[in-house]
Design a protein around this ligand. Structure first.
Ligand code: KIV
Ligand code: ZN
Length: 509
């Protein structure tokens, strides 16, 4: 059978990051970009360079870090946007400008207030302008699925003539059905005279829950790039979920005629877990492919079948998406070598001094917990990951004392250090976390509101590590922090301090 590869274009860090609750800090985006590269995505859309100085910096830093994948920046079909995108992706080994303009009559009339002729002129001029600044240009016809088909063919032809090597036809509002998408792609593919000089791409939103089905219908009709995100995060109901696209093609290669992508699907679970760790938003248990229940068989009949032959109820192996059957454990007698090896197996490439530091924390944890599971190691390792962050003077926990009970007010005394200076404060409140946070607010002398607080046990059993995620807000923005400890008050303080350090560094304090 003749097989063909499709390119996977990840937009977790752009369309995904636009979704409420999913915004990421620079170091988190860099960490995610590294993992996306390990997963084997072909293109990483790193941001929308002109949107903010933070977005510009993220695109630039990701461009410097990523080695094999292409790095793209989104931009409107406007000179100032394209200039910003070109500048931001310049350091990339493989750079792409991704420029777009809407093509549907609805958008032309009410949003852009231009005619079809104006739209074609802008495509021609701006794609050519972008092509002069960057070797690779992708053009997107926003709201393509609601665009008159003849006009969409004209827009595609114009973009290719002006130098676009990828033309993306999004279902921007998630309105279409798979049959309609098939027809759109097949028509453009077969009718556009210069189609042999570019590839077609799909970008589907999930407003009707059809994003993956629509993307795969586009692939069947001739699209050779799919734009998607980890766990389908994205604007409104989200984008097509990358893990579903990849496993759909892999499991049903018979149906999809051998069309494949280059993802290392064994990295899918790790990537989804990383996204959840970074954003503090847990993957839904029933999420296809990477949800906690995706391979759990609860009913007796199913369990019986799976034990007799896994294929009775499993259409793919857990290992093929990175779920391990047995979790290898470490304990307090494990040496540094075994510890470092396990970190490497888990995909962490730390410098020796970081490993020493982590090993110290591991030993301390092993004193508190009999068995250290992989999930504990991941929680420890993730709390140490800072990629390309300037070393800054930060608030650190020195010590804390909390007095609490059901017949008294709670008091917390917290001592922090920063740049060699020690500061201590006491606060009274209705609970230990509240009191500790109030003491910290007094020490740092900066008002903030607590927007979200989540705590969960990393593993089962009473001695589990507690992982705490906090979100705080001041006038300038929202800051997230994460802390892990077997003591949930300490974990909460560490989480708050990581958010506080982001907040004060952002203000240059
Ligand atoms: O949904 C959409 O149309 C987009 C484009 C800008 C690519 O995100
Ligand atoms: Zn989109």
């Amino acid at each position: 059978m003749k097989t063909e590869q499709i390119k996977i274009f990840d937009t977790t860090l752009r369309d995904g990051e636009q979704a409420p609750g999913y915004s990421m800090h620079l170091d988190e985006k860099l960490r995610m970009a590294q993992q996306l590269e390990a997963l084997g995505v072909d293109v990483i859309e790193a941001g929308f360079a002109i949107a903010s100085p933070g977005d510009f910096q993220s695109v630039t830093e990701i461009s410097k870090t990523v080695k094999t994948a292409t790095v793209a920046s989104l931009c409107r079909a406007l000179v100032k946007d394209i200039d910003a995108a070109a500048k931001a992706v310049k350091p990339a080994a493989h750079a792409r400008i991704h420029t777009f303009i809407a093509t549907s009559d609805l958008h032309l009339k009410y949003k852009l207030k231009i005619s079809r002729a104006d739209c074609l002129r802008q495509i021609k001029e701006m794609v050519a302008y972008a092509r002069n600044l960057c070797g690779e240009v992708e053009f997107s016809a926003e709201d393509a699925s609601r665009t008159d088909l003849d006009f969409l063919c004209k827009a595609t032809e114009t973009a290719i003539k002006a130098g676009a090597s990828v033309v993306n036809l999004p279902d921007t509002v998630g309105y279409s059905t798979p049959e309609e998408i098939y027809r759109m792609i097949k028509t453009v593919h077969d009718k556009v005279p210069n189609m042999d000089q570019a590839i077609l791409s799909m970008h589907c939103h999930d407003d009707l829950g059809l994003a993956v089905a629509n993307s795969l219908a586009g692939v069947m009709a001739g699209a050779r790039q799919v734009e998607c995100t980890i766990c389908g995060i994205g604007e409104r109901a989200g984008n097509a979920a990358m893990e579903e696209i990849a496993m759909g093609l892999r499991v049903r290669h018979d149906y999809y005629k051998g069309i494949y992508c280059n993802l290392k699907t064994e990295e899918l679970m790790r990537t989804a877990n990383l996204l959840a760790t970074i954003t503090g938003i847990k993957t839904a248990p029933n999420k296809a492919i990477v949800g906690a229940n995706a391979f759990a068989h609860e009913s007796g009949i199913h369990q019986h079948g799976v034990l007799a032959n896994a294929e009775t109820y499993e259409i793919m192996t857990p290992e093929s998406v990175g779920v391990k059957k047995t979790e290898l454990v470490l304990g307090k007698h494990s040496g540094r070598h075994a510890f470092a090896e396990r970190l490497k197996e888990l995909g962490y490439d730390f410098e020796e001094d970081k490993i020493d530091q982590l090993f110290g924390e591991f030993k301390q944890l092993a004193d508190e917990k009999k068995v250290i599971a992989e999930r504990d190691l991941i929680a420890l390792a993730e709390s140490k990951i800072t990629v390309r962050r300037e070393p800054k003077t930060e608030w650190k926990l020195d010590n804390f004392v909390v007095n609490s009970g059901n017949l008294m007010s709670t008091t917390a005394q917290v001592t922090l250090s920063k740049g060699g200076k020690i500061k201590q404060e006491v606060a009274l409140a209705t609970g230990p976390v509240y009191a500790s946070f109030a003491a910290i607010e007094k020490i740092i002398g900066h008002k903030f509101t607590l927007e979200d607080y989540q705590i969960h046990a990393v593993t089962e059993h009473r001695d589990a590590l507690g992982e705490v995620i906090v979100k705080i807000k001041d006038k300038k923005g929202m800051y997230r922090g994460r802390g892990v400890s077997t003591d949930i008050i300490k974990g909460s303080i560490l989480a708050l301090l990581s958010a506080v350090n982001r907040m004060v560094n952002d203000k240059g304090e």
